[in-house]
Design a protein around this ligand. Structure first.
Ligand code: F0G
Length: 355
């Protein structure tokens, strides 16, 4: 059996890691790629799900953070800083803790999921809530990194994209080739850019025969790439992707055009329906932001854009336990109230309809 050693060691040659390079790892990457028969049935395509919630801090950010923190240490950094809708802050705080340095994290007040807030605090991140949105947090983080000795670990740092592209390597290995379509949630569009780069490298190396059409999905209330303009006050229940001015805007447009790709918008209710379908019919629980890729596939299949039998991979970016209260939401919008009975086998049997 092969023991997974994290993306820097697994892809050392591809990521320029040498004997003397620092490696800060929590064992990220090597995540499952799972068939999703229920989604294949619903769409007529051959659908697979790359479950990035299985990374050490529960999101894909860890793939980029291992590279960013390792290089920060090699540059002598004593502190890193990031703006975040939650997952980047959790990941930065964890990797900084492992490396023995400080992570300062700026988050929009009241707009990040409790699980992510809890992670950042547990890992002793210097968490600061900003009265503003993510885009304002990122502006401040960039300015601080320019003026003070703190190392920026948002995806505008190219080390993050380098690490995140390894997910595409894994998919090509897991499937034996690249898929026809790849669906992915989009906020800053850093991950969209990273996957495109990873797939292109695999095709250039002759490991795969194609680069998939890259389909990225934003929440309808924060869809600047779809609208073609900055969204000043982005709104969505999918707080992970509540971003109005994507940092990787231009790289993402280039990636879309080069892959015959597409950016679409999905309404919040469609995101929640997709989250429920994935949990109840496939067995994968993701946070709402991650379900944007699933909602996107259902939308495009309905529009007749996905040929029957086409091979489709969906990235689901973060674990459902990050933002668990959505799991208790029922399709009519009310909260589930689990049944309570006395400690009696007969009563349980009767409630379950066994007698
Ligand atoms: N899905 C999840 C769960 C995310 O946390 C993010 C981004 C994305 C998708 C979008 O990725 O920005 O590369 O397009 N979260 C960042 C954060 C902004 O701060 O955690 P992207």
């Amino acid at each position: 059996a092969h023991v997974w050693r994290g993306v820097l060691r697994e892809y050392a040659d591809r990521l320029g890691v040498t004997e003397t390079s620092t490696v800060v790892t929590l064992g990220e990457g090597g995540t499952p790629l799972l068939p999703a028969p229920a989604l294949s049935r619903r769409t007529g395509a051959d659908v697979w799900v790359k479950f990035e919630g299985m990374n050490p801090t529960g999101s894909f950010k860890d793939r980029g953070m291992t590279v960013a923190l390792s290089r920060a240490i090699d540059h002598g950094a004593k502190a890193v800083i990031c703006a975040s809708t939650g997952n980047t802050s959790a990941s930065a705080a964890a990797y900084a803790a492992h490396a023995g340095i400080t992570a300062a994290v700026l988050v929009p007040e009241g707009k990040i999921a409790m699980g992510k807030l809890s992670q950042a605090v547990a890992h002793d991140g210097r968490l600061i809530q900003i009265r503003g949105n993510f885009d304002e947090c990122l502006e401040i983080a960039r300015e601080l990194a320019e003026s003070y000795p703190v190392h920026l670990v948002n995806s505008v740092n190219p080390d993050r994209i380098e690490g995140q592209k390894t997910a595409a390597y894994e998919i090509v290995e897991q499937l034996g080739d690249a898929p026809d379509f790849h669906f992915i949630p989009v906020g800053n569009a850093g991950n969209y850019t990273a996957y495109t780069r990873g797939y292109r490298e695999e095709a250039e190396r002759g490991i795969s025969t194609r680069v998939p059409r890259m389909f990225g999905f934003q929440a309808a209330g924060s869809a600047p790439l779809v609208r073609g303009e900055i969204v000043k006050n982005p709104e969505t229940i999918a707080t992970a992707i509540r971003i109005g001015n994507p940092a990787s805007w231009h790289l993402a447009l280039e990636a879309r055009d080069a892959t015959d790709g597409w950016f679409g918008a999905v309404e919040d209710d469609k995101i929640l329906t997709a989250q429920k379908i994935l949990a109840a019919e496939v067995g994968i629980f993701v946070e709402p932001g991650s379900a944007a890729s699933v909602a996107g596939l259902l939308d495009r299949a309905e529009a007749g854009v996905i040929p029957a039998g086409a091979r489709v991979v969906l990235t689901v970016t973060g674990h459902g336990l990050k933002d668990p209260h959505w799991g208790l939401r029922q399709t009519d919008g009310t909260q589930a109230e689990p049944t309570v009975v006395d400690a009696s086998t007969g009563e349980v049997a009767s409630v379950l309809g066994l007698v």
